[in-house]
Design a protein around this ligand. Structure first.
Ligand SMILES: [Zn+2]
Length: 319
């Protein structure tokens, strides 16, 4: 195998996958498998190299002679590792870190406790902001996939305060793929959805919380601890009564009504339709049984935290 001639310089907040896909185009490789061989030294069957990348150590070794990328920096700045790590316990963070760095056969999505069950079609495709796209074509001569735009549940570009659009690139298709952002897969639909001002405000607040989560290491002590904090706060607000033997009393409908009034149906449907579709069952599940679920729907918890504590920063400061 011949050594790689060049590896693209990553743009600000570029998803590593996007850089790999730009490499694929420049290499002239006919198959994604050949690109895998070039970049990692082997071709993996692992489906997801999009928001989390496995075997960064292998990649950095393969491109060491043509770039000075470091494993830790790629992981922290060009993948969604810090986003997923934010709701994991210290031991889970270590496991996810080693699945990201080393060559492992298990599913990195399982290690990250990624929620793939969302009913939202809006989480299926790689996203882009039409204004970022235009600016970057002018500035760099090509568009790229932003990492922050791919955070599950983030629907607004926090820089331009407009809705992100779906590209035609599926995040979870079977087998590895490398599709760089382009005019062909990022079609700007002129008939953009209009948001009510209140919905825009909510969606922007949630997007800001999600971005904050990527940039900040919080002292998170596990999902059981989060559940206990929810219950303590609900008891303080009088929405839940603690009974003997660790049982609780609450009015499911009233609780959901108050949550739905706090946001609005449009905002909830944009972010996580399960809240509305299940008429509160999903809210109750996240509040009282999130610790029993192997997956963590981060944005659902961000919505709950904002509802109960004000914002993620208030939540972090209040313990
Ligand atoms: Zn933008």
């Amino acid at each position: 195998m011949c050594a790689l001639a060049s590896f693209p310089r990553l743009y600000p907040d570029e998803l590593l996958y996007s850089g790999l896909a730009r490499y694929h185009i420049r290499s002239g490789n006919q198959s994604f498998r050949q690109t895998d061989l070039d970049l990692f030294g082997y071709s993996s069957q692992q489906a997801c190299r999009v928001t989390l990348t496995n075997n960064l150590k292998g990649l950095v070794k393969q491109i060491a002679h043509i770039s000075d990328y470091r494993v830790r920096s790629l992981m922290e700045h060009n993948t969604l590792y810090p986003f997923y790590a934010a709701f994991l316990s210290p031991i889970e963070i270590r496991k996810l870190g080693s699945a990201t760095i080393e060559k492992r056969s298990g599913s990195i999505l399982e290690q990250a406790r990624v929620d793939l069950d969302s009913t939202s079609d809006r989480r299926k495709y790689l996203k882009f902001c039409p204004l970022c796209l235009t600016t970057e074509i002018e500035q760099y001569g090509e568009p790229y996939w932003h990492r922050l735009h791919q955070i599950p549940g983030l629907v607004i570009c926090t820089q331009h305060r407009i809705l992100l659009l779906d590209s035609s690139v599926l995040i979870d298709s079977h087998g590895v793929h490398y599709h760089a952002a382009s005019d062909e897969n990022c079609i700007v639909d002129m008939e953009q959805s209009e948001l009510a001002p209140d919905s825009l405000k909510h969606l922007l607040e949630i997007a800001t919380d999600l971005v904050w989560l990527v940039d900040t290491r919080i002292d998170f002590r596990g999902m059981g601890w989060l559940r206990d904090r929810y219950i303590a706060q609900l008891c303080k607000r009088g929405s839940v009564k603690k009974l003997l033997r660790g049982e609780f009393k609450f009015d499911e409908r009233e609780l959901f009504q108050s949550f739905r009034d706090f946001y609005d149906e449009e905002s909830l449907n944009w972010i996580e339709p399960r809240f509305v579709d299940t008429e509160g069952k999903y809210l109750i599940h996240c509040l009282f049984a999130g610790d029993l679920d192997p997956k963590i729907d981060r944005v659902a918890h961000i919505l709950i935290i904002r509802y109960l504590f004000g914002s993620i920063t208030d939540f972090v400061m209040s313990h």
